[in-house]
Design a protein around this ligand. Sequence first.
Ligand SMILES: Nc1ncnc2c1ncn2[C@@H]1O[C@H](COP(=O)(O)OP(=O)(O)OP(=O)(O)O)[C@@H](O)[C@H]1O
Length: 340
Amino acid sequence: MEEKIMFSNAEIGIDLGTANILVYTKSKGIVLNEPSVVAIDKLTKNVVAVGSEAKEMVGKTPKNIVPIRPLKDGVIADYDVTAQMLKEILKKVSKKVGLSMRKPTVVVCTPSGSTSVERRAIHNAIKSYGAKHVHLIEEPVAAAIGADLPVDEPIANVIVDIGGGTSEVGIISFGGIVSCQSVRTGGDKMDEEIVHYIRKHYNILIGERTAENVKMEIGYALIEHDEESMEVRGRDMVSGLPKTITIASTEIQQALSESLEQILQTIQSTLESCPPELSGDIVDHGVVLTGGGALLKGMKEWLSKELSVPVHLAPNPLESVAIGTGRALKMINKLQKAAK
Ligand SMILES: Nc1ncnc2c1ncn2[C@@H]1O[C@H](COP(=O)(O)OP(=O)(O)OP(=O)(O)O)[C@@H](O)[C@H]1O
């Protein structure tokens, strides 16, 4: 029989992201923020660890323990593992906030690329773990609500969410999506490009976690800046031995250029598809950036120069979607009407 997790009449928002999973409760704010990673024992098929603990294992575990990212490139790549991960995450939340949470109402935001079958499966999985009501909302709407945009007013709210697997651009007005486009390019692709660049130019193989650190430390959008550098360790592909190199921020900028151009093109083409009545709002109010990729150094300045409209950073880019899912509960009826 399915194990039920004890929650009370609480309201919970879940951002089921490809890179991170966040849980928000109305009374306590963000109560959990962990990587969307699960470590599985291949021999027993048991889940060994979930979240931060599982991410720590990436690239370091014995062969039978495999860390899996069940959501990849903005889609649910492995539904069974996603469901197991959700269950473990809800268990952690229930432990953290105590037994005061019973039969919650849950609003969950799934990756944009998920199919209706996958969305239904996520809905059922959460319901089977003890939730009273489950609502699914679209990522750009959640991100916009979490970024404090007046989504229920009849003006164009433009949100650009640069996540791990995808970047989504949404124009929202009157509680509904007027126009939306998504590209399978985000932080993960940037990390892959850094790995590729260092392999090609230095013959050194680095891990994806090292690449992510390099991106966060010395990664820049395509703007002029005072050059920075850092030491990077990897494996020399010729000798097979560990090697340390020094890499410059301008090199990383070059590595990231293709991903950045793709994100820019997606924003431009979404803005071009905006109904003319709403275009004036975009000139006045501009675009709001959210998602972890929005934190890349120089992103706001670069996009504002390329798009010639004001660009603002959301107050908590990594948490906007989770906060938005939690806050969406109060307006769920209106949002669902607008989505129909
Ligand atoms: N300071 C930073 N500079 C650059 N990138 C960053 C920074 N902080 C986080 N990121 C990147 O942001 C990405 C994660 O963002 P986020 O948590 O918004 O994604 P997600 O919601 O899980 O993904 P998706 O929206 O695709 O489902 C990762 O690729 C991470 O490396």
